[in-house]
Design a protein around this ligand. Sequence first.
Ligand code: NCD
Ligand code: ZN
Length: 349
Amino acid sequence: MTKRITLRRPDDWHLHVRDGAVLEAILPFTAQNFERAIIMPNLTPPIVRHQDASSYKARIKSVATAVGQPNFDPLMTLYLTETSDPQNIREGFEGGIITAAKLYPAGATTNSDAGVQDIEKIYPVLETLQELGMPLLVHGEVVDSAIDIFDREAVFIERTLIKLVERFPDLPIVFEHITSAEGVDFVASASKKVAATITPHHLVINRNAMLVGGMRPHYYCLPVAKRESHRAALVNAAVSGSPKFFLGTDSAPHTIDTKESACGCAGIFNVPVALSVLAHIFEAAGALDKLEAFCSVNGAVFYGLKLNKGSLTLVKSDTPVRFNDRVRTTNGEIRVFDPMFDLYWSLEE
Ligand code: NCD
Ligand code: ZN
């Protein structure tokens, strides 16, 4: 008998859709699977003012409409800099243009150079976010050459996050794409104002995927995958049903030539297989009944948004389902995340 699971339509609480030709090529995969997505603002130049967010949103909506998904709802974010204007953020939030603000420590990841070096410089902005109840989305890694890359998330908690949460106790904070047991523990024991997104790939790979038997750039992303015990902690958190953990794919497309390079870009493009991979992981953990909370409920509740009305059905085939391993764009091809095991779940036609 075919196994099926019907979920309330999912949302993606952390997504990079880029712009131009890449946006056109990849957005259909998101719009087909997700009702809403939190759109990351790390374009070049970054989306800093609500006016930039508004025109970026219009470009995304026009692509969604052109591919027959006019109801897809991009939730826009602003990229915080040390000169961000609290008044502009307030206008954007109160005008319904933006949903959240993203904190990139300067130099932590792709297009983060304009980010924040000294967090105290953005305290006035954080006061405004707290007053508005507007979520702060945090890329939680320290930028310090003395700190090993595999420790940067744990050290960020100690050096920055603990203080931030104490100083702004009513500020909703999403610790984005957590990759460590320390991240899980911090969020689980923090107040209700603190939640975390978890990516499909960090539920699947540990750092061996990147480094054993050859250097595999398509498993390189930031924060970098950690050792196996951390992956196991992330799976436990995701399948726990705790409202503090929800899906953010962090799907981050880069063309193959920029990944397979002497200095390859960080980012994994996973949206075409994201729900299939998640169903696999949740089923293996005996927790398919928690998949809907993770993909379709917890995030919306944390953001104070309505739950989606529609639904989506995944079916399990007896034989492996073949997904395309790449997407073509006029800028070059983009590799789709390969979990290195067969996938059986797919969207019902
Ligand atoms: C993201 C990107 O390429 O924009 N890369 C990544 O490895 N996740 C940036 C980010 O979210 O850190
Ligand atoms: Zn990201």
